[in-house]
Design a protein around this ligand. Structure first.
Ligand code: ATP
Ligand code: MG
Length: 244
């Protein structure tokens, strides 16, 4: 089967608030799958369940056909699901390579003492960035000196470093200008070319119809529509999201 991730009838409450009543999501291997919906529809909650930040109360989650429940984000990461949150989770004062290897630094031993393998981390960082056609060449550049699109490339490289085969991106273009948005869309295209499955949460209808293969629309905690984006315009997509 080519479904890499399936969520069925997912339910999640926060106290009296039922954030998800019945969410379904079926993601095919290698596709760019957008998740859309109005504010409060349950997009972030669904993504939190898939990425191990929260756990569902009901329904089931299948990863590569295996029933799965992630108890923490590390567990999802090990299973191949990396999530890039809107704040990107980068350390702005640290270098590109340090961010890419954050929490998984490469080491070597010299006279029995563990040392950080800076040269190897720099070399591998270059390879990850080259995979997504990034223009960054000096891996010691401090992240706070990068543009929004370049930062997104660093965050994606970190996900690749974890061998993620599913990358979830929460509003990756929300804070970006036109040129940077275009860069990020190119990064997503490149990931797809490399066989990575991308789940994209976005409020930008034109980004969704341009880049996604499929869209799932949530409404008040339920899956309202799941369809291909072929021949779908941004206006039609907005209308489907607003439809009651
Ligand atoms: N930790 C929480 N505690 C209580 N209620 C929550 C919590 N997280 C989300 N909710 C509620 O659950 C519902 C779904 O929220 P969620 O953040 O998943 O929506 P969303 O689709 O991501 O919205 P947005 O587009 O505004 O980001 C909302 O009514 C929200 O107020
Ligand atoms: Mg949200």
């Amino acid at each position: 089967m080519d479904d890499i991730l399936v969520a069925r009838n997912i339910q999640k409450s926060y106290g009296a608030v039922q954030a998800l009543k019945s969410a379904d999501l079926r993601v095919k291997r290698g596709e760019v799958h957008a998740v859309c919906g109005d504010n409060g529809a349950g997009k972030s909650t669904l993504i939190k369940i898939i990425s191990g930040v929260e756990q569902h109360d009901g329904g089931e989650l299948l990863l590569k056909e295996t029933p799965t429940r992630f108890t923490d984000p590390q567990m999802a990461l090990k299973a191949g699901i990396a999530t890039i949150h809107q704040d990107l989770g980068l350390a702005p004062r640290m270098a590109i390579y340090q961010n890419i290897f954050m929490g998984a630094e490469l080491e070597y031993r010299k006279l029995g003492i563990k040392m950080l393998d800076k040269n190897q981390m720099i070399a591998e960082s270059k390879l990850y960035l080259a995979q997504i056609n990034s223009d960054l060449s000096d891996m010691t550049t401090i992240v706070q000196n990068l543009s929004g699109g370049q930062r997104q490339a660093v965050a994606i490289s970190r996900a690749l470093r974890w061998n993620a085969d599913i990358i979830i991106m929460d509003e990756p273009t929300a804070a970006l200008g036109v040129r940077e948005t275009e860069q990020v869309l190119q990064l997503i295209k490149k990931l797809k070319e490399n066989g990575v499955t991308v789940i994209l949460i976005s409020h930008d209808m034109s980004d969704v119809v341009n880049i996604a293969d499929h869209v799932t629309i949530l409404q008040s905690g339920k899956t309202h529509i799941s369809r291909s984006t072929a021949e779908l315009t941004a206006q039609e997509l907005s209308a489907l999201i607003m439809q009651r």
